[in-house]
Design a protein around this ligand. Structure first.
Ligand code: HEM
Length: 393
């Protein structure tokens, strides 16, 4: 029996997943929320499951499972986004925003993201110690996604608090409900304000699609904004945070990257593989009886792919347990796979590149301010990230 709430597991789930890959790679478990789900932990099974059309994302197929609803924040008006539906709805919703997230369009944001990174690090001038998550890894992506959508900077603090509760997954219902309500209310007021005053950002564009009756319901619009806001900042924070931690835990890596910046792209892919920001996929549900890795999964059963585990599978990655900044081939699943492959991957990669470059340039002597063993990881099985990363500047 795996105790997902055990702090030992939360701080380092890798040994448990390694054991599962060896002794029961596709296993039915009880999640902290009380729902039974199949966990898929090996790379090949994971990749196959993520492209299997018989594993549905539809909230309807998930039935009334409270855990499923909690994990994907699938409650009511926030549940009609592209990550919670199957084709053809998925195809339609994704197409509406995919043009804004191409590598080329995202690359055009580089100068602005560089300014944001520089400003955040400037603000640390004269300080000896800080929490790198709070001061840098979190505000950078949230500012970027807010600007992209057109969300006022002043509001960032409040929806950070709500989204933290929503993605924690294991939170009890009494905190989850109000956080979802607050988020819905916030997004609705944002849409109302933008409808009145117009604009030329992504939000205004989506409102236009909605209001011209071009196939986007009000619920889908609210859900889309919710998903982009949430996915846009709850994940990249952990890429920057986990990556910085991995570099500082073994400072030779930090020095090596400082000396050879050409390693940065492969280093970022390796952070994604080795300690990716997203621990598990969102829920899928079998629409018919099927087999995964030799196990019989019944129609209606929830299935969760453990991305963190698949990315440490020795059958796919030579020396999977080792962090290699120059790993030549890295087909990791940190951004998922198949039709729900992360829409924001080009943005996340660009943000990480800019963030690490700025950090290496600005604070060459950066080091951990605590022992690695003193660090704690965020609760819940959806995301993998540190609660704090105290550093000496
Ligand atoms: C390092 C940062 C990020 C990681 C590791 C990550 C990871 C993922 C993963 C694993 C999925 C698929 C989940 C599943 O199939 O169950 C996903 C989907 C998605 N991500 Fe990201 N993400 C990151 C950053 C972003 C950013 C910056 C955005 C910006 C808006 C974003 C937007 C999305 C969207 C919209 C989807 C749903 C795509 C679909 O259903 O077609 N992500 N992401």
């Amino acid at each position: 029996m795996i105790d997902f709430t055990d702090p030992v597991f939360q701080n380092d789930p890798h040994p448990t997943y390694a054991e599962m890959r060896r002794t029961g790679p596709v296993r039915r478990v009880r999640l902290p929320s009380g729902t039974d789900a199949w966990l898929v932990t090996r790379y090949e099974d994971a990749r196959r499951a993520l492209t299997d059309p018989r594993l549905s994302k539809s909230v309807a197929a998930l039935g009334s499972s409270p855990a499923a609803a909690g994990q994907s924040a699938a409650g009511g008006p926030l549940s009609r986004h592209m990550l919670a539906v199957d084709p053809p709805d998925h195809t339609r919703l994704r197409r509406l925003v995919s043009a804004a997230f191409t590598v080329r369009r995202i690359e055009a944001l580089r100068p602005r993201i560089e300014v944001i990174a520089t400003e955040l690090l400037d603000a640390l001038d004269g300080r000896d110690r800080t929490d790198l998550i709070d001061a840098f890894a979190f505000p950078l992506p949230i500012q970027v996604i807010c600007e992209l959508l057109g969300v006022p900077a002043a509001d960032q603090g409040s929806f950070r608090a709500w989204s933290n509760v929503i993605v924690a997954g294991t939170m009890s219902g009494d905190r989850l409900g109000p956080a979802i309500e607050a988020m819905i209310g916030y997004i609705r007021s944002l849409l109302a304000e933008r409808r009145e005053h117009g604009g030329d950002d992504l939000l205004a564009g989506l409102i236009q699609v909605r209001d011209s009756g071009d196939g986007l319901t009000e619920e889908e619009l609210t859900s889309m904004v919710f998903l982009l806001l949430l996915a846009g900042h709850e994940t990249t924070v952990n890429l920057i945070g986990n990556g910085a931690y991995l570099l500082l835990r073994d400072r030779e890596r930090w020095e090596r990257l400082r000396a050879d910046r050409a390693l940065l792209p492969s280093a970022i892919e390796e952070f994604l593989r080795y300690e990716g920001p997203v621990e598990t996929s969102t829920f899928r549900v079998a629409t018919e009886d099927l087999e995964i890795g030799g196990e019989k999964v019944a129609a209606g059963d929830p299935v969760v792919v453990v991305l963190l585990s698949a990315n440490r599978d020795d059958d796919r990655f030579p020396g999977a347990g080792e962090l290699r900044l120059d790993r030549p081939q890295n087909p990791h699943l940190a951004f998922g796979h198949g039709i729900h492959y992360c829409l924001g991957a080009p943005l996340a990669r660009l943000e990480a590149q800019i963030a690490f470059t700025a950090l290496l340039d600005r604070f060459p002597a950066l080091r951990l301010a605590v022992e690695p063993g003193e660090l704690t990881w965020r609760p819940g099985t959806l995301l993998r990230g540190l609660t704090e990363l105290p550093v000496r500047l």
